[in-house]
Design a protein around this ligand. Sequence first.
Ligand code: SF4
Length: 288
Amino acid sequence: MFPPWLRKKSAHHSQIHSLKKLVRERKLHTVCEESRCPNLGECWALKKQTVMILGDRCTRRCHFCSITTAKPLPPDPQEPTKVAQLIKTLGLRYVVVTSVTRDDLPDEGASHWAATVRAIHELNPGIKIELLIPDMEEKRECVRIIMETQPHVMAHNIETVERLTPEIRGRATYRRSLRVMGMFKEIQASMITKSGLMVGHGESFDEVLQTMRDLRAVACDSLTVGQYLQPTKAQRPVIHYVEPKIFEKIQEVGYDLGFKQVAAGPFVRSSYHADQMWTHEAQERDSI
Ligand code: SF4
């Protein structure tokens, strides 16, 4: 039984149905569906989707995630164009793109990422693109290939606090994720960077604060913090529910630590209202 602050209003079914059809017809995937995101009804009613490229099979097995772990298929060379067309059909002015982890590919999927961003720019002039990438096994050249396509925001999720990372994230490491965040700024100092973590895994408030400090130490600009919810019975159970007033505190402390934008709340996810975070960033920059 969820606490009262985690009860959501019902979803907009007709809109969900038509968006699902658009995605299926193109044989594309969204992290909204694959991760069983609780915000799907709300986001899709606004035609906001987070497209997941490089297929729907991940080479890693994180214990909070419901995306299928299996030997992936070769990347679909038509996927970049199909993604760009979907975005055009939806009329999006801001889009978040993510992918499964593809440790099986020599370039971690970087060339496919780059082709996707280029196709989106080409068919959707003026669009803002946020990329939520895996750690690319910390290969600088792969990250550089992606960043050369000029996305507007580069994101990589730290997911949880350092102590819990080995049991929650499988092969990923906390320190590597921090280094990847730092790499974004090393490659392009002006790039807006973003990370996210989920709370509710049994971490302490102090551990969350330390994670926020660690992210600021690599100049992370934007942060999202949300309540972990077990997608299916196969994933880790929720250890604790974080009260809204604690999220407010996290948000307050985040700004004190120097993040330019912090979204913290029970239903916050890394791509939740990402366009609004960007607008805020843009206003901040314009006023400097
Ligand atoms: S929060 Fe992100 S993943 Fe969840 S439905 Fe919205 S866009 Fe999709």
